[in-house]
Design a protein around this ligand. Sequence first.
Ligand SMILES: NC(=O)c1ccc[n+]([C@@H]2O[C@H](COP(=O)([O-])OP(=O)(O)OC[C@H]3O[C@@H](n4cnc5c(N)ncnc54)[C@H](OP(=O)(O)O)[C@@H]3O)[C@@H](O)[C@H]2O)c1
Length: 312
Amino acid sequence: MNTYLKEYQWSQIGAMLKNNKRIPKTCTDDCTGKLVLITGTTSGIGYHTALAYASRGADLICVNRNKEKTIELCEKIEREYGVSCSWYLADYTRLDEVLAVGRQLAALDRDIDILIHNAGVFMTKKSITSDGYEQVYQVNFLSSCILTHMLKDKLIAQKEARILYVNSEGHRFALSGVPLDDPHWKRHRYTGLKSYGVAKTAQLLSLIPFTSMFDGSGVTINAMHPGDVKTNMGENNGRIYRFFKHLFINTSARSPELSAQALYYLGVSNDLDSISGRFFNFTTEEIPAPHALDAEAAWRLWDTLHDAGVLR
Ligand SMILES: NC(=O)c1ccc[n+]([C@@H]2O[C@H](COP(=O)([O-])OP(=O)(O)OC[C@H]3O[C@@H](n4cnc5c(N)ncnc54)[C@H](OP(=O)(O)O)[C@@H]3O)[C@@H](O)[C@H]2O)c1
């Protein structure tokens, strides 16, 4: 029997189902003069979030892997909104590229006011990166964790910043938490839902050490579920998966503009001043699954990352 299952409060699942249907709160405050860093802005939620911030005056930094799509977006943003939109390229399946961008961002002489980690992937088939990590884990969790860690001192020195992770209710699928003893899924059966759940759970667990590191610094760090929205997520998978996605998921999925509305609220609204270490469904605070709240597991994960030398 899974130990976390005993801790489950099923009323929280009811709350999640209710929150999934809500319309996110809006924030009408202006963002002129702020610098907002968003990853994965070439499609879906990241794309609409970039437009939401730029349309209210924010300067942007986009961190993406596709140069052509990134230039096209930045040119559109600068043309239509008159803000600056600079960009860096990093494929999150390559730690050398993430580290290189992290070094450049840490050396920026301008404050990063809001940092939105959005890039993510869903894969039905297991794949191990050249760095030796399961790909969904590396893209959705590890690379964003490394960037936050590399920017930690800069953000603390600024005395004010908000970090937002685009997480997922999908973290609930990792019923046993993060299998630190089996990073290559040799002993656990790999499924897309489980690997996605593990990556998102690892990200939620990392909030625990990060929140304590940022405590009292003026830097907050929170995670959110952006709704079940129609984007390119999962389109990299095989025909059968895509057939079912288009038939069952896309038909009830909502607009990524709602996710952008929520990410704007969470990044800008005064309601979030000094709120840190929390999980939101759109803009409603929610309690994550028990396995994503296990402080002992969180620090074990942290030690594993340190021992592997990825948090430099
Ligand atoms: N859609 C939903 O219903 C839903 C629900 C819960 C959570 N989320 C989360 O929302 C976030 C955004 O996803 P989305 O739904 O907007 O999907 P999407 O349209 O597929 O966008 C994903 C973004 O991540 C980028 N990305 C993927 N692999 C990457 C890599 N190896 N290196 C760098 N960037 C990479 C993509 O770049 P390319 O354009 O180059 O592929 C794209 O910009 C993800 O973290 C996802 O887990 C989505």
